[in-house]
Design a protein around this ligand. Structure first.
Ligand SMILES: Cc1cc2nc3c(=O)[nH]c(=O)nc-3n(C[C@H](O)[C@H](O)[C@H](O)COP(=O)(O)OP(=O)(O)OC[C@H]3O[C@@H](n4cnc5c(N)ncnc54)[C@H](O)[C@@H]3O)c2cc1C
Ligand code: FES
Length: 1276
């Protein structure tokens, strides 16, 4: 398999092997290729996605269903999805929906929003009574019933047909290879040694041998799952010359029930531990299993299944990481470790290690053999808690394990243990608190005392940026409170007379949010009954690469076979935000074996700086650097590993320059802006402000967003050896600009550079100009060395080097009567879209783009609209707060209503906006659910629901004609087959599928006769970027034009032989010397904008929509659950409803990420901290709404685009903010109930930390007090 570029499991989807481990019984485990050491696979059979099925042999049902249910868009995550589902099915041929959801918790998809993937999964699940597809109507359908009846003959709710699927037949699966079976049975176990270039891997088979090895190599780590050691070696440069792998030693794999508990070997995987505990819980009486339950609870959300399958219990304990979810609960529960070293064995309670008791250090020679987890006793209660940035597959921010034992028959504390993770550098114990409370009754006074003592005892040191300290402290005592409530409630079951339990309205907080299999429905207008059965337009056609995505046959840049003599490139980037480069020392780097050369600005034959605006885009920094992550030079070597090793050895000396501007605020302070600053105005703002009673002023901060496309930026540059020609294969949205930049860098005409793009593993706006710079880096290296150069960015480098979505600060001043707005933002285009769906008669807005010393931000789905419209929706909500009217009323009052003009005087017919709004209101049953949410909120104190509905007007257009021109090239071969190409890039949005649909309709031939090979500058020159939702619109027109030209040429032949077949006509045409190749062209939309006058027609048409979302929050932790979302979108006549609904759902879930969870963090020096999936959390399966409906507005026509469709790629993202406002609604309800200030600020992303802080209570107050105390004592 090719190397894995991503840091973590879920991001190594393309090489996710499945191991069949030998042993008593063959087991099937999914694992991460990026972390799994090859040496540990001795004796195991590995299946990769290619082994599951292929188009050459047989496509496996999992692969088939994933593709046919439209579960792949860019396809980069699909092999990983297939392997997770396949593994589950090998172990459980008829899994429950819960098992299915758990199996996918460790996989990430950035395109689909998961719904279609889960649809495929559901087809394998046991039919349950709640299964929306198999029995009865799901609540979503039930709610939309009146509409369904109304449109009975017009709408469809099915995007695929289950009848087409081949059945799953477990007897047809691969068997475990008999030779490996025989080897496991017959061969005596012996120590294995594997010697690599720099490392030795030793795998002993007995404990004594292990202890000898450990004595001989005390510094050598024991590697079991490699999930702790692996990332350190890979990403933090830690090197171990010797590694000892103890996984085959029987003593370390024991599972033993004893009188007083359960002993688990240290090498047991977390999955084994989970299964054993699950069994034990079902077999032992409840009283004895409280520790087991608490440990199991943590295991359920620890990592993903791929991690738990390999990560060991011992590894988790011994690493003593602050974020270990197991150590706090195991320590609190009196678990005992069995340690051994040569000639010595001892047992120590785990708690001693963290509580600083006795002989509590584990020596380097000692190894952990096993862990004893005790039974709980009568009168003993154990709980474990965690709060993470994402509910599943994310390291905890803070976690806890707590245990209390009461004097028999009383609520008097006999023994109390409280341990926390995430607070300090390792697990910590609130030892003094526990001893102070011993002997006390379990009541409110004890609670109060406990919280104060805990806050005093548990120090939470601030991180470099000082963040999260308050939140962690709040969690620490909130967890204790939750424990307090759990125990009170449990006491009630023992003696309801003495212990009345907790108030009913507190009860719900004892239930954690769980991920359920979502129910979903998609509604779209069916094709007209008289449409030809062969005509694919308007039908939910599968992505033309869907099956290849799922079988792993789809080729991405790094799958391209290696070229003879190929070199690998790794970049050296700036570690300073603004500095002069004093010197670059490459001497050590050049000594690394396999290194070929170091490339820098001096090697660029021609252009190193590209002036697309006043400030250049730079290939290699020349004399100074202007941000951390700027490319200074690059190393080329014979392997990726050697190139990276050498890059780490390049030494750069800097002289820091002033100023260093890292934030918008600092840019404002230094007057550091890009020109021109933009302004739009309508009405008379000054006069309006003079005549109103109330003025609202506010500010909202909106964080940036990382594209997190699954395929990182990738280039392969291949010099062709003559006439300075070069082939460049790039993962880009814009081949023409790659060609232009590479040619300019090399100083050759563009006709020598051939840029090829087969497909792109996700882009979302992030693969435009930046890809051009990276291609130039590779091309310059290829030119200098005369060799092919492969340059694949690691996830960390990709995040560091390429800028994402622009962060915003929106400042507004509004009077509640006229909505006059004074808005300061960074992107000019956002001004044009800032009105969202509202008529604002008096408006003045400015946009300032700030110049900072961070990597330049770039296009990202929505391009400024998601930010500026959020500002608008924020002040709308504030007006509602101020007036006492509901937000939806304010929205309705101010929405565009009839034929109107925008604030830049473009005509607008908002009829479909109103229709979407009304339909969404109706489909979501907004008012009745709002009432129900209010009722819920009255009955629940610590949990609250919130609901919000948000409209959408998304203008389509690129502002000027030339940016939307497009070309296509269609060849018909003499066998009748058609080769189609156009200037659009396939990045998951299904453009090639749609273009084939267009060609199929125009030429009146089946889609199967038409093939798309690649987008290339050799076939379609000067193509515009695939961006701005315009791909299908403009390329569709060009394809249609080309096809019509061909058909016109064929028409005389068809007329002469109307009953003939396509092949006969083509043969005849060839014989008549009729050209069978044609280009098609579309001039582009007539769009313009006069910024001087502040008016124009920058857009061609508008998309409309509305989304209603409902959430539930946990006020104690800030956690939330997305309960339900209903979306209604007007996208004209959909060319492919499956693709379009996929775009809406995928964008919506990306919007949830933007507005509620994705947080970029920088050091005070401008270094991006969040450089991988472990620090930066994008939505996972657990984040999608439990009920999710998308309806396409019926009977909508768009005269401006191909087949009356509308470009849909971007618009849906903004609707993610309905979740933001639903969360705000829930927070408002908390604040109203508690009499807190009604005006409050919530910034984006609205994380758990902000939610918790906004739900102020005694605990947050205690933290503020204690924090104030700490501060004053520090300053004093
Ligand atoms: C993507 C990802 C997500 C994760 N999510 C979570 C999470 O949510 N919660 C959480 O708690 N953890 C999480 N982890 C951490 C993970 O649980 C631990 O890394 C894992 O349990 C360590 O086990 P291992 O077998 O992989 O350790 P290895 O990497 O093989 O070893 C880790 C260390 O333990 C030592 N060691 C291992 N076994 C022994 C032994 N028997 N005696 C002495 N020393 C030993 C080794 O010497 C080494 O120093 C996550 C990790 C990853 C990669
Ligand atoms: S289809 Fe899942 S990441 Fe693109």
């Amino acid at each position: 398999t090719s190397p894995c570029y991503q840091l973590k499991s879920q991001l190594c989807p393309r090489q996710n092997p499945q191991c069949h481990m030998t042993g008593e019984k063959t087991g099937h485990y999914s694992a991460n290729a990026c972390l799994l050491p090859i040496c540990c696979l001795y004796g195991a059979a590995v299946t990769t996605v290619e082994g599951v099925g292929s188009t050459e042999t047989r496509v496996h049902p999992v692969q088939e269903r994933l593709a046919k249910c439209h579960g792949s868009q860019c396809g980069f995550c699909s092999p990983g999805m297939v392997m997770s589902i396949y593994t589950l099915l090998r172990n459980y041929p008829e899994p429950t929906p819960e098992q299915m959801i758990a199996a996918l918790a460790g996989n990430l998809c950035r395109c689909t929003g998961y719904r279609p993937i889960l649809d495929a999964c559901k087809t394998f699940c046991k039919v349950s009574s709640s299964d929306d597809r198999n029995t009865g109507l799901c609540p979503l359908v039930a709610n939309s019933l009146p509409l369904l009846v109304f449109f009975l003959f017009k709408v469809s709710t099915s995007l695929f047909s289950i009848d087409e699927f081949q059945p799953l037949d477990p007897t047809q699966e691969l068997i475990f290879p008999p030779e490996l079976m025989r080897m496991a049975e017959n061969q005596p176990k012996r120590t294995l040694f594997f010697h690599g270039e720099r490392m030795t891997w030793i795998s002993p088979v007995s404990l004594d041998e292990l202890l000898d090895l450990k004595a001989a190599h005390p510094k050598a780590p024991l590697v079991v799952g490699n999930t702790g050691v692996g990332p350190e070696m890979k990403f933090r440069g830690v090197f171990h010359p010797v590694v000892i792998a103890p996984a085959r030693i029987p003593d370390l794999n024991v599972v033993k029930y004893t009188e007083d508990g359960l002993t688990l070997g240290a090498a047991c995987s977390l999955s084994v531990a989970k299964d054993v505990l699950t069994n034990a819980i079902s077999e032992f009486p409840e009283e004895k299993t409280k520790v087991f339950c608490a440990v199991l609870k943590q295991l359920r959300t620890l990592g993903g299944e791929q991690i738990r399958n390999v990560a060991s219990l011992g590894g988790n304990i011994i690493s003593r990481k602050s974020t270990s979810d197991l150590n706090p609960v195991l320590a609190a529960s009196n678990c005992v470790l069995s340690l051994a070293s040569r000639g010595k064995k001892r047992r120590i309670p785990l708690s001693d290690i963290f509580a600083g008791v006795g002989n509590n250090t584990i020596t380097p020679e000692e190894i952990l053999v096993s862990v004893h987890i005790p039974h709980s006793r009568k009168g003993e209660y154990v709980c474990a808690f965690r709060q993470a940035p994402r509910r599943e597959n994310a390291l905890s921010i803070t976690n806890a394990g707590m245990r209390v034992l009461f004097e028999e028959g009383t609520d008097i504390i006999k023994d109390l243990s409280i341990f926390y993770g995430g607070a300090a550098s390792t697990t910590v114990c609130a030892k003094q608190t526990c001893s102070a409370l011993t002997g006390r009754h379990w009541n409110e006074q004890t609670l109060d005392e406990a919280c104060r003592l805990i806050l005093k005892e548990i120090a939470v040191p601030g991180s470099a940026s000082g963040e999260k300290v308050d939140y962690k402290k709040t969690l620490i005592i909130s967890f204790f409170y939750r424990f307090f409530l759990e125990v009170l409630q449990s006491l009630k079951t023992t003696d309801p007379y003495h212990y009345p339990g907790i108030p009913v309205e507190y009860g719900s907080v004892l239930q954690d949010f769980k991920t359920k299999m979502p129910q979903s429905i998609q509604i779209y207008q069916d094709i007209e009954p008289d449409q030809s059965p062969q005509d694919p337009v308007g039908r939910p056609i599968m992505h033309q690469s869907g099956i290849k995505h799922a079988t792993g046959e789809a080729v991405y840049i790094d799958d391209l076979p290696s070229v003879d003599g190929e070199l690998f490139l790794a970049v050296v980037t700036s570690s300073r935000a603004h500095a002069k480069i004093v010197s670059i020392d490459t001497s050590e780097a050049l000594k690394v074996p396999g290194v070929f050369d170091v490339i820098s600005a001096h090697d660029v034959p021609a252009t190193n700086e590209f002036y697309y605006s006043d400030d250049p885009e730079i290939v290699f920094a020349r004399n100074k650097v202007i941000c951390v992550g700027q490319i200074v030079c690059a190393v080329v070597a014979d392997s990726d590993v050697h190139a990276k090793q050498a890059a780490a050895k390049v030494k750069i000396e800097y002289e820091v320059l002033e100023p260093v501007i890292l934030t918008i605020e600092e840019a404002i302070k230094h007057n550091s802006f890009f020109e021109p600053k933009r302004k739009l105005e309508q009405g008379n703002v000054d006069q309006a402000f003079e005549t109103v009673d109330n003025i609202i002023e506010g500010e909202i901060h909106i964080g940036g967003q990382e594209h997190f496309y699954m395929e990182t930026q990738s280039v392969l540059a291949v010099p062709k050896g003559e006439d300075k020609e070069m082939d460049v294969y790039v993962s880009t949205q814009h081949p023409a600009v790659i060609q232009e930049m590479v040619a300019a860098s090399l100083g050759v005409p563009a006709n020598r550079i051939m840029c090829h793009v087969k497909r792109v593993g996700g882009a979302f706006g992030g693969k435009l100009l930046k890809s051009g710079l990276l291609a130039s880096v590779a091309a310059v290296a290829a030119k200098k060395t005369g060799r092919a150069v492969r340059f694949i960015l690691s996830r960390g480098d990709d995040m560091l080097i390429t800028g994402g979505r622009h962060p915003f600060i929106g400042k507004y001043k509004v009077n509640e009567k006229y909505f006059n707005v004074n808005l300061k933002e960074v992107a000019a285009v956002s001004l044009l879209k800032m009105d969202n769906a509202y008529k604002i008669p008096n408006l003045r807005c400015w946009a300032y783009a700030c110049k900072t010393n961070l990597p330049s931000n770039t296009a990202f789905r929505g391009f400024g609209f998601p930010q500026s419209a959020l500002v608008t929706e924020t002040w709308i909500t504030e007006v509602a707060d101020k007036t006492g009217l509901s937000p939806e009323k304010i929205r309705e009052i101010n929405m565009y209503k009839e034929n109107e003009q925008t604030h830049f005087k473009q005509k607008l017919d908002p009829q479909n906006l109103i229709r979407c709004w009304n339909e969404c209101m109706e489909k979501s049953a907004y008012y009745s659910r709002k009432k129900a949410a209010n009722e819920f909120n009255k009955q629940n104190y610590w949990k609250k629901k919130g609901i919000a509905i948000v409209p959408l007007k998304f203008p389509f257009g690129l502002g000027t004609r030339y940016l939307s021109q497009a070309s296509a090239l269609v060849h018909i071969y003499t066998d009748g087959s058609v080769l189609l190409t156009h200037g659009g890039i396939e990045m998951g949005q299904g453009i090639h599928t749609k273009m084939i649909q267009v060609a199929s309709r125009e030429l009146n031939i089946p889609m199967s006769s038409i093939h798309f090979c690649e987008t290339s500058t050799t076939t379609v020159p000067n193509a515009c970027a695939s961006a701005g939702s315009a791909g299908t619109d403009v390329n569709g027109m060009a394809v249609k034009d080309a096809c019509q030209t061909l058909l016109k040429r064929l028409q005389p032949i068809i007329n002469k032989n109307p009953k003939g077949t396509w092949n006969e006509w083509i043969k005849e045409a060839f014989e008549q010397s009729v050209s069978l190749s044609a280009t098609g062209y579309f001039r582009g939309y007539n769009e313009n904008m006069d910024w001087e006058k502040g008016e124009g027609q920058p857009f061609t048409y508008f998309l409309f929509g509305a989304a209603c979302s409902e959430v539930e929050i946990n006020c104690l932790t800030g956690d939330h659950k997305n309960l339900r979302t209903d979306i209604v979108m007007d996208i004209g006549c959909s060319i492919n409803p499956a693709v379009d609904i996929g775009q809406i759902e995928g964008a919506f879930v990306q919007g949830i990420g933007l507005y509620t969870m994705e947080e970029l963090k920088y050091s005070p020096e401008g270094v991006l901290y969040t450089r991988g999936p472990d620090q930066y959390k994008i939505p996972a399966v657990c984040d999608i709404p439990e009920q999710f409906s998308v309806s396409l507005l019926s009977s909508s026509q768009n005269p401006h685009a191909i087949y009356a469709s509308k470009g849909i790629g971007e618009a849906g993202l903004f609707l993610g903010c309905s979740v933001f406002f639903a969360l705000r609604d829930a927070v408002t309800s908390v604040r109203n109930e508690r009499g807190l200030k009604t005006t409050f600020v919530l910034n984006s992303p609205l994380t758990a930390e902000q939610i918790r802080a906004s739900c102020a209570d005694d605990f947050t107050e205690m933290v503020t007090e204690s924090w104030g105390g700490v501060c004053s004592s520090v300053s004093g």
